[in-house]
Design a protein around this ligand. Sequence first.
Ligand code: SF4
Length: 203
Amino acid sequence: MICRLQSLSPMYNLLTQIRNCKACEHHLPFGANPIISASSESKIIVIGQAPGRLVHYTSIPWNDKSGDNLRGWMGVDKPTFYNPDLIALMPMGFCYPGTGKTGDLAPRPECAPLWHDKLLTLMPKVELVLLIGHYAQNYYLTTSAMENLTKTVRSFEHYLPKYFPLPHPSPRNNIWQTKNKWFKVSVLPELKTKIKNILGELS
Ligand code: SF4
C-alpha cells in the first residue's frame, strides 16, 4: 500500500522523470546519471554545482571531501544530511559534466531551467536555500548578486531569510578561506544557528 501511495505522489513521479532524463546526454562524457535527493517535506535545499566523479560513480550526492566540509559548515551529521524530509540536495546540473584542465566543467545549462521550478513547486515547506558557488548564486540572485562571490557571501544577511550564499566547500577553496577569515568567524556560526533553528528537534 505504501509503495502504491508513493508511486501516486507528484514528487515521486517527478523524481522518476528526472532520474530517467537524458536531455543533454550528448554533452556528458560519462553519460547521464542524475543525482538528486528531495521530498515534499524538505525544509532546507542545498543547491550546489554538479556531481563530481566520485559522486557520479557512487550515485550518492556530496559523497566526497566537499560533502564532508559542507556537513561541517552546516553542523549536521550524515543521517540528517541524507534525510530528504529535512534537506534536499539539488545541484544546478544533476549529472557529472566531466573534468577540464582546471577542474570539473560547468553544470549543464539546460538542467536547472528544465527541472528546478518543477521541484520547487513540490517543496512548499522549504525555509532556507543554500546557494553554493557562483552558478547557483547567479541563477537565483540574478541582479542582486554582488560583482563577485566573495562580496556576495560577505553580504549574506542581505539575502536572508530565503537564501544563504556560500562558497563551494571543495578543498581547492581552502586558500579562499585562508584569505577570508571573516567567513569562519562570522558567517559559519550564523549558518549553523539558522539550520539548527529550522531543523530543531526534527533531526
Ligand atoms: S544534466 Fe540535467 S538535463 Fe542533462 S541529462 Fe542530466 S538531468 Fe537531464
